[in-house]
Design a protein around this ligand. Sequence first.
Ligand code: TXA
Ligand code: MG
Length: 475
Amino acid sequence: MYNVRGVRKWSVGVNSSAPASRSTQTRILPVEVSRIGKFHFTGTDQSFLEDWDIELDKAAPSAAYLSTAAENLRNSDVPVAFPTETVYGLGADATRSSAVLGIYKAKQRPADNPLIVHVCSLAQLRSLLRPQNRLIATSLEHLKLSGTDSDPIPQIYHTLIRKFWPGPLTILLPNPESSALASEVTAGLPTFGARMPASLLGLALIKLANVPIAAPSANASTKPSPTTAEHVLHDLNGRIDLILDGGPCNIGVESTVVDGLSSPPLILRPGGVSIDQLRECPGWEDVQLGYKDASEQGMAPKAPGMKYKHYSPKAKVVLVEPSAGERSSEEAIWSYSTRSRVKSIGILRTKHWKSVVPEKVSTRRSDQKPATGAVNVITNPSIKLLRSIQPTFTQDTSATQLEVRFSFQRKLEIWDIGLGQDPEDIARSLFAGLRELDLRNVDIIFVEGIHDGDRDATAAIMNRLRKAAEVEITT
Ligand code: TXA
Ligand code: MG
């Protein structure tokens, strides 16, 4: 039992198979995956790819919450939010149209943006690839990429699956004509995206529901993806019944989406598996980027989600590309802030920017009196108008606030968040940082970009930031 921001207390078993009319309260159910029971592997591989099962510990509340969520997935048309290793997903039974439509409704997602199907074993995936109708199966066999009757998974994906599943990789597969998937999952496309999440909680949920789960990220459409249960609650409170809370997501950016059915194969969205990791796999040495960051004009979107506004907080986001240099970015921030009469700005730092908060202040306990008077933390000599920087409040560990007064009595509030220096840390805290600044109602967010690279999460980070940003400073 867990109450968050006035969320109603709730008992397992009460109203668990959600009827068509649902409560307006959203319940967060904490699940400790180490307490749900025992995982049994029966296949030769002893891995999640082959046969496995779960024996629930009937006495554990975590197991009861998981069972309730699985039951809702089977019987209700209201989607269930659950954590994966990338971001929280909003799941529904991928074989039932009414359930899948519930996702689009809760998220207010455009109907032509297809969903990823989450599976818990290769057997489950294979059953989705085998046409129900044998005549169609025979006619598909001449297609090079349709796999074989014994293994309908196209050959091009075999190494990728062995290497990266369960994990943050989504592969495009041919959707058989008489598909078991609801047509709303694919938004009318001849392919569907599939992934096996690495999150044990996610895997256990799919296994217990015993159906493939369609799940986009569990944010309201256009908002940054959620990496905690509280983020989901913020966006979807009253729109869904249950959020399984498995703590913060470990990766923090979504899965890499690849299309191995086209030649050469394409990366449709950079994500948790890096471009270099893909290139190391046979058949993927020449993988091309099928997405374009800065401008999508002139390119028909291959992944339908690419054409929509994405990852956007309320505030305007200004992405400062690393080529701008440290000095000019500081100047740009200040000239923008003094010129445009904004009242409150947010700063998301990565590798090089220094905190605008003096160390003395950032380590000050919140019960101590704030320091006053002029504090020379901003070195830019062009800021003559600045009279004093008055730290008024140090918040929790993540965001620190400063209040800056100019000589003509104008006040400027600054919220400063360090996302970390390593790409993995930045990826993990990126969406939470954007969301936190939105909660502080800042007018504008300046983000310190990082150099694009193929080795790690940098391509995914810069891709998400370029989509969130309306303005970029590149010189
Ligand atoms: O990490 C993730 O992938 C998360 C977690 C919840 O698994 N899910 C996620 O889903 O990010 P969503 O819906 O926010 O993004 C799915 C992306 C979209 O850009 C969509 O257009 C693309 O995958 N996609 C899905 N099916 C597709 C298809 N058949 N062809 C092309 N693109 C597809
Ligand atoms: Mg999404």
